[in-house]
Structure formats: C-alpha cells, structure tokens
Design a protein around this ligand. Structure first.
Ligand code: AOF
Ligand code: ZN
Length: 349
C-alpha cells in the first residue's frame, strides 16, 4: 500500500517525456533515504539519454541514498546499451530496497535486472500498480512483444455517433477544450495517419512531426494544408506514378480488395521505425482500421443531428447481429468542456 502513491509519482514524472522517448519506454523514479524521506526524483527525458534511475541517482552527491529505497515503474536494466546498466549503479550506490512497477519486457533485460539486484543482497518488491505501469508503456510492450506498430484511432462524434452531416461540416463537432486535448494525444504517437477523403473534405493541418497519408489514386492537392509541415509518407497504389515533391516520401503499395493493402502499410511503418500511430480519419477508413486498432479515443459532443444521410464514425462493416459486434472495454471517461472523452480497448475474441 505505502508504495502506491510513490509509484503514481513515478508515472507522472515519466509522462513528462511523452512523445520524446520512442522507441524506449516512459520511466520515472523516486528515491527515499534510509528514514523514508524523499531525496531525489528523475525520469528518462529523451531517447538515448540517461535512464530514469541514473537521472535520479546522479543528482545525489553526498551518499544520502545509502541504505535507501528506489522506486521505479520499470525493472532497472542490466545491459550495456546507450548507458551502463542501472542495476549496477543502484548496487554501487548502496541502496537497500528497490520497488518496481513491472518487469521489463525487453528480452535483454526480462528479469535479469531483478536477479542482479537480488544477488547483491538488495530487497526487490515487484508489481506495484502493475496495470497502470503497463498502460503507461502499452506502446513499448506491443513493440517489444509483437514487433508491430501500436495503432490508436481518434474520433469525435455527436451523441448519436455521427461524424459528418450531409453538407460535410464535420470539423467543428467538439469544443475547443476537446480539440486542445487532441493535440496532447497526437503528441504521444510517433505519427498521425489520415486518408485522401479526409484531406479533400476538411483540408486539416493535423500538426505533427510525422504524417502518414493514404491516397491510393494520388488525388489530393499537394497544396493542401496537411502537406505544408512535418515529415510526410504518402502511400499510393503501386501502378500509379507519383510526382516529385521534396517534403513527401511516396511509397508504392499493393492493392487488396480494391484498397491499399493495410497489412502491407502497417508492416512498412514498423520498418520505417514508426512505432505508434494515431489515425484521424472518416468513418469508412476507421471502420476498416478497427480490426487493427489497439486503442480508441472517442470524443462525444452533446449534439444530435438527426440527419439520415450523416455518417457514423465506424462505417465499413455491416454487422446485423449483436452477437457479432466488436466489443470493447472502456477504461477511462474524461470531460473536456461540454464534451466527454471515452478511452476504450478492443476485447480479444
Ligand atoms: C529507457 N529509459 O529509464 C529505462 C529503460 O537504448 P538504451 O540503451 O537506452 O536501453 C533501452 C532499454 O533499457 C529499454 O528497452 C528498456 O529495456 C531499458 N530500460 N529504458 O529508455 C529508462 N529504465
Ligand atoms: Zn537503465
């Protein structure tokens, strides 16, 4: 019980680096002296830089950590990577106890950090807020265990699940507060992904460092706002001929069932070292992407359009028996102004 609050603090510290650590995990660390007084904190700030434990320990210069306790959301590493092993530094500095949120899923570490600490006589307490620690590093876990890109979808609908009215005015469903939160969500992912239909209908900017565009027929206007910033990867049908454009990397893609082959695209993203994406698109592509989705962010605005021709947010597959529905587990409900945000995960069938 006593370590849960401190583990929450590790998670909060770790989150400060959201968007900066990929492909590495988010890690935060708190150190207590032998009397249980907090004497240092640290976090992993950026890929390639010091791990959280090293960051917190290097701030201590007078040995006050001797016989103290180190709390960290991920098992300390045991390998020589960009930095020497954190487990070695913890041993060297004479800590007595290490409290861990979850074991490292990186096969080079996977329990070896814990073994090293125990062999040096350090008491190790495991699995404090393990579920929260796993959620924090869900992208890292999927990448390490499945060697696949983590796929999230963001959508925004009316109370009746519609994203657009018949005149296409879909951009302004949610409040400014909700749209600001979308910027925070985007920042967690290596790239955003959208389709030609969304670019043509809405001409969004979708501010991000990396953008993935699916445009089978190469029909979007390269003067559209989305192309004016960021690193761009454009997937198109392999039998077409793309123009030359200095900001855009064109990727020829095989066709499956008259669409760009999504399996191919997702594998390609992993090869391109894009380890997580946020899809922001219309109902048709969202419907197709649903079967690949790891997580969904669904904003709902207190509006009803009652327009028979308006489109819903997951649109491609017709399921007319409730027993065949896609099923989800809602893990979070937040409010942003008048709107709510549901965060949900597919339940494996
Ligand atoms: C981090 N930050 O705070 C901890 C990590 O590429 P390297 O050498 O930095 O090593 C990355 C691995 O180290 C990572 O996959 C994970 O297994 C382990 N722990 N990584 O980036 C940290 N504690
Ligand atoms: Zn480390």
């Amino acid at each position: 019980m006593q370590y849960e609050e401190l583990m929450k603090k590790c998670i909060t510290l770790a989150r400060q680096a959201e968007g900066n650590t990929s492909p590495n995990p988010l890690v935060g660390c708190v150190i207590l002296d032998k009397n249980g007084k907090e004497i240092s904190t640290g976090f992993h700030k950026k890929y390639g830089e010091n791990h959280a434990e090293r960051d917190a320990l290097l701030k201590l210069k007078n040995g006050e950590e001797k016989d103290g306790t180190l709390i960290v959301n991920l098992e300390p590493c045991s390998h020589f990577g960009k930095t020497p092993p954190c487990a070695d530094l913890i041993i060297e500095r004479g800590l007595k106890k290490v409290v861990i949120g979850m074991r490292d899923v990186n096969p080079i570490v996977a329990g070896n950090g814990i073994k090293k600490l125990q062999a040096a006589g350090i008491e190790v307490i495991e699995n404090i807020l393990e579920d929260e620690c796993k959620k924090l590093n869900e992208v890292f876990i999927k990448n390490m265990q499945e060697h696949k890109t983590f796929i999230a979808i963001k959508t925004a609908t009316t109370l009746d699940g519609k994203i657009a009215t018949s005149n296409g005015s879909s951009k302004w469903i949610t409040s400014e507060q909700a749209r600001n939160e979308v910027k925070n969500i985007r920042n967690r992912y290596d790239a955003i992904m959208t389709t030609s239909s969304t670019i043509i209908a809405d001409n969004p900017t979708m501010e991000h460092r990396k953008k993935i565009i699916l445009d089978r027929e190469l029909k979007t206007d390269l003067d559209a706002k989305i192309y004016q910033s960021g690193e761009i990867y454009l997937f198109y049908a392999e039998n077409k001929r793309p123009p030359i454009h200095q900001n855009i990397k064109f990727i020829p893609t095989p066709i499956k069932d008259e669409k760009l082959n999504l399996d191919f695209i997702l594998k390609k993203l992993y090869d391109l070292k894009i380890y997580s994406v946020l899809i922001e698109s219309g109902g048709v592509f969202n419907g197709t992407a649903l079967e690949f989705a790891d997580k969904i962010y669904h904003f709902i605005a207190p509006k009803i359009t009652s327009d028979n021709t308006s489109r819903s947010c997951f649109n491609s597959r017709q399921i007319n028996d409730i027993n065949n529905s896609y099923n989800f587990h809602i893990t979070q409900i937040n409010r942003f102004g008048e709107d709510i945000l549901l965060t949900y995960y597919p339940i494996a069938k």
